[in-house]
Design a protein. Sequence first.
Length: 154
Amino acid sequence: MIALINGVSGSSVSVKDRGLLYGDGAFETIALRNRQLVLLKPHLERLKKACTLLRLPFAQATIEADLKVLLQAAANDGICKIIITRGESGRGYRAEPEAAATRIVQFFEAPPQQELHKGITAGLSTHRLGESAQFSGLKHLNRLDQVMASFDLA
């Protein structure tokens, strides 16, 4: 894995980051195939929509610059993940107005070819997904429903 945090190579964020404390952020996951990001424009449009709804800053040019750095370092196919959090802030649900967003851009290599040929396993989960019309279709950082559903498939 290769990661840039606010444009700098790294592997950790602050324990005061609101993405960690409250799931206060959004993400997109983009496939990298043959050195090309698959459907980059629609992914960035959806991330922008999520950031707008969550009142997070969205700096597309900066994100694209980070992606360019990762693409230069990536030797194989894989996925790029972009995470935007509200950043560090004090305790409590209300963020400090001066909080600066955290931007995390990661690259993960695809599994070896022999792993890809094993196929997938599907099943039914007893965990019911919550409903939130306001956040429907957004990839926000609170994915607890999906995490809990995955236990039924283990």
